[in-house]
Design a protein around this ligand. Structure first.
Ligand code: CMC
Length: 372
């Protein structure tokens, strides 16, 4: 197939039972469940159990998985070393978390998988606390992962509404077809390298602004816009200057990203509980409306709609995650999808090894060039 610069658009590179992204209908199905049906009701542990089903021997039910994850968080925390704070606090948080994750051993069994699902929650909280000059907090292994992640970050028990909002976020982003980071994880898994290596590949691909690195810049844009009345002028100037509006557009979705609605719903519920700054929400809605109008006018040939990152930014900000940590929180949710895809690849697939077409010089041309 010819794909000189098409980013493999339209190429089918895997068959999966894990999730279906229907870009024309704006629909996401995760193992037979519509996202809208599970995002509001499920805990992250339910999503992990669903994704892992059939890929590990003796997979426990969601309740036992919750205790297993609690123990794995404790184990991840115990791996921290005395000088990690000084060494890692100056790195961008996603690079610090990646460095800590790189210490985890490879393997293909459930214990390895649980450790990898638990670790980003522990390390994100630790790294964000180090940046504030305070000590990392040990996990409470009796709590569900979302509640413990917020507790480890803030040093106090979160409200029920905050836990529900983070659960919605983690469930919403747990899997999404063959996105760039999942593809990277599957490529690495296909070599037999093991789950930790596959997860590291996923984290590395996720951190780019065209994938999981966009929500921080969404808030930067909102800060620069300042007031709802300024939204149109600011965004118009940005597009005229060739900038991409962060939180808009998607390779697959040609209509609104269903994850944006799931997260906006979570934000509304958190707002009803007093957990969201009303002026910020109003500014975001004004910016979204203006951005969509501008993109329709300026890019009429491409359907550019709100994507997952726009309301991710608002929701994670309301939960008190610093914007530099948003990609780490994304990784804490997507890690279960990477692992399930890695296992699926190993069980059902072959080594991923596509071909390239050589367009460089022939040896005689290279030699002639050297002679000059
Ligand atoms: N703002 C302005 N113009 C845009 C945007 C945007 N957000 N997205 C695409 N375009 C334009 C692009 O400039 C191009 O215009 P032209 O044909 O005139 O050069 C046209 O639309 C097609 O763009 P593309 O690069 O072919 O689209 P893509 O499918 O490769 O890119 C994308 C998808 C998500 C990388 C892109 O829409 C983008 O850069 N969005 C902003 C960053 C962002 O929000 N990233 C998070 C993605 S969602 C998270 C996830 O699921 O991973």
């Amino acid at each position: 197939m010819k794909d000189e610069d098409g980013g493999l658009e339209g190429v089918v590179a895997a068959h999966t039972v894990l999730s279906e992204v229907d870009g024309a209908a704006g629909r996401l199905v995760i193992r037979g469940h519509e996202l809208g049906e599970i995002a509001q009701r499920w805990h992250y542990e339910d999503a992990v159990a669903l994704l892992f089903e059939g890929f590990f021997e003796k997979l426990p039910d969601a309740a036992a998985l919750r205790s297993g994850l609690g123990r794995a968080r404790r184990e991840a925390f115990e791996r921290l070393q005395a000088n990690d704070d000084a060494m890692l606090r100056k790195l961008p948080p996603i690079e610090a978390v990646r460095a800590l994750m790189a210490r985890l051993p490879d393997g293909d069994e459930l214990a390895t998988a649980l450790r990898l699902v638990a670790a980003p929650a522990v390390y994100t909280a630790a790294v964000m606390r180090w940046r504030l000059g305070v000590q990392a907090l040990a996990p409470d292994d009796t709590l569900p992962q979302a509640a413990d992640m917020l507790r480890m970050l803030h040093g106090r028990a979160p409200t029920g509404a905050q836990v529900a909002a983070l659960d919605t976020y983690l469930v919403t982003v747990c899997d999404h077809g063959l996105n760039a980071s999942t593809f990277a994880a599957r490529v690495v898994a296909s070599t037999g390298a093991g789950l930790a290596s596959a997860v590291l590949a996923g984290i590395s691909a996720l951190k780019g602004p065209l994938h999981g690195g966009a929500p921080g810049p969404v808030l930067d844009a909102l800060d620069a816009i300042g007031t709802p009345a300024n939204a149109r002028a600011w965004l118009e100037e940005a597009v005229a200057g060739g900038q991409r509006l962060m939180g808009f557009g998607h390779r697959i979705y040609r209509v609104r990203d269903p994850r944006a609605d799931a997260l906006k719903g979570a934000l509304r519920r958190l707002s009803a509980d007093g957990g969201v700054n009303a002026a910020r929400f109003e500014l975001a809605e004004a910016a979204e409306k203006a951005a969509l109008a501008i993109l329709r006018e300026k890019k009429p040939d491409r359907a550019l709609e709100t994507n997952v990152e726009f309301y991710t930014a608002l929701l994670l900000e309301a939960l008190g995650f610093g914007r530099e940590s948003f990609t780490c929180v994304f990784a804490a949710g997507r890690v279960s999808g990477w692992i399930a895809h890695a296992r699926e690849q190993v069980k059902k697939g072959r080594l991923i090894r596509p071909q390239s077409v050589y367009v460089g010089p022939a040896p005689e041309e290279a030699e002639a060039a050297l002679a000059h």
